[in-house]
Design a protein around this ligand. Structure first.
Ligand SMILES: NC(=O)c1ccc[n+]([C@@H]2O[C@H](COP(=O)([O-])OP(=O)(O)OC[C@H]3O[C@@H](n4cnc5c(N)ncnc54)[C@H](OP(=O)(O)O)[C@@H]3O)[C@@H](O)[C@H]2O)c1
Length: 240
C-alpha cells in the first residue's frame, strides 16, 4: 500500500500522446507518484521528455510496443530495475489502434492487427507486470476499452469500427477472466468517453483533461467490489 515512504507506482502504455499522455501528465503533477510511461518510440516522444522538466513526481520512460511480444518481454528488465523493489500499484493498458472498417469489407490482417495490439498485447503486458503487481497491496489493472466493445449497445454504433469493436469486446472478456483467476486484483475495463485525440477526432465531446480526471477518480477509489466491472470514465456502468 502507498505510504509516506513509498510512492504510488503506475505503468501506462501508449503514453506518447492522447489519453495516455494526459494520464501521465496528471499523475506526475503529484510528488507521491512514480510513473513508468511506456511508449513504442521513446526517442520520438518529445512531449513526454518535456514533462520530465516540470514533473513533481518521478517519471521513467520505457520502450514498449504492445503489438510486438518480444518488446513486451524485453520490458521486464527495465521494469525490474524501476519496480522490482517497490512493486506496481496501477497498470493502465491504454495503447490501442482503431481501424475504420466494417464486417463485410474488413481485411482479416487488420482484424488480427487490432486483436494483437488491443487485446493480446495488453494480456501479455499484464502477465509481465504480475510479479510487480504481486508486490503491491493495491494491485489495480485498468484495461482502457470502449463502448465500441459493448455488444448490448452495438446497434447504436452501427457497422463501422468492426475490427476495433471485436478487439475491445475481447478486452472486456480478458478483464473478466483476469478477475476470475486473480480475485485479489482489482481489474476494470473502462471507456474514456469520446475524447478529442488523434483517435477521437476534433468533433469529440470531451477534452482529455476531463476524461482523464474522471478515469483517475474511478480507479483510485475502486474497491474489490468494482473488480470485473465495465465502466465509463465518470463511473457509470456500461451494459456488456
Ligand atoms: N479518443 C476516444 O474518443 C476514445 C474512445 C473510446 C476508447 N478510446 C481508447 O482510449 C485509449 C487511448 O486512445 P487515444 O484516443 O488516446 O488514441 P490515440 O490518440 O490514437 O493515441 C494512441 C496511443 O497508443 C499508442 N500506440 C498505438 N499502438 C501502439 C503500440 N503498438 N505500442 C505502443 N503504443 C501504441 C500510440 O503511440 P504512437 O504515438 O507511438 O503511435 C499513442 O500513444 C485506446 O485504448 C482507445 O481505444 C479512445
Amino acid at each position: 500500500m502507498p505510504s509516506a515512504s513509498r510512492p504510488t507506482t503506475w505503468l501506462v502504455t501508449g503514453s506518447s500522446r492522447g489519453i495516455g499522455f494526459e494520464i501521465v501528465r496528471q499523475l506526475v503533477d503529484s510528488p507521491n507518484n512514480l510513473v513508468v510511461a511506456a511508449c513504442r518510440s521513446p526517442e520520438k516522444a518529445t512531449a513526454l521528455h518535456g514533462l520530465k522538466a516540470t514533473a513533481k513526481g518521478t517519471l521513467h520512460l520505457v520502450q514498449l510496443d504492445v503489438s510486438d511480444f518480444d518488446s513486451i518481454r524485453a520490458a521486464a528488465k527495465p521494469l525490474e530495475a524501476i519496480l522490482g523493489d517497490i512493486g506496481l500499484d496501477y497498470l493502465i493498458n491504454n495503447a490501442a489502434i482503431a481501424i475504420l472498417d466494417t464486417a463485410f469489407t474488413l481485411d482479416p490482417e487488420d482484424l488480427l492487427r487490432s486483436v494483437r495490439t488491443n487485446v493480446a498485447g495488453p494480456a501479455l503486458v499484464a502477465q509481465i507486470c504480475l510479479p510487480f503487481l504481486n508486490k503491491s497491496e493495491r494491485k489495480v489493472i485498468l484495461n482502457v476499452s470502449s463502448t465500441g466493445g459493448s455488444i448490448a449497445t452495438a446497434e447504436t454504433v452501427g457497422a463501422k469500427l468492426a475490427s476495433y469493436g471485436m478487439s475491445k469486446a475481447a478486452l472486456n472478456m480478458l478483464t473478466v477472466k483476469q478477475k476470475a483467476e486473480r480475485p485479489d486484483i482489482i481489474t476494470i475495463t473502462l471507456c474514456p468517453g469520446w475524447v478529442k485525440t488523434d483517435m477521437g477526432g476534433k468533433e469529440a465531446q470531451l477534452e482529455p483533461e476531463e476524461s482523464v480526471s474522471g478515469i483517475l477518480k474511478v480507479i483510485t477509489s475502486a474497491t474489490q467490489e468494482d473488480s470485473g466491472k465495465y465502466l465509463r470514465y465518470n463511473g457509470e456502468v456500461i451494459p456488456w
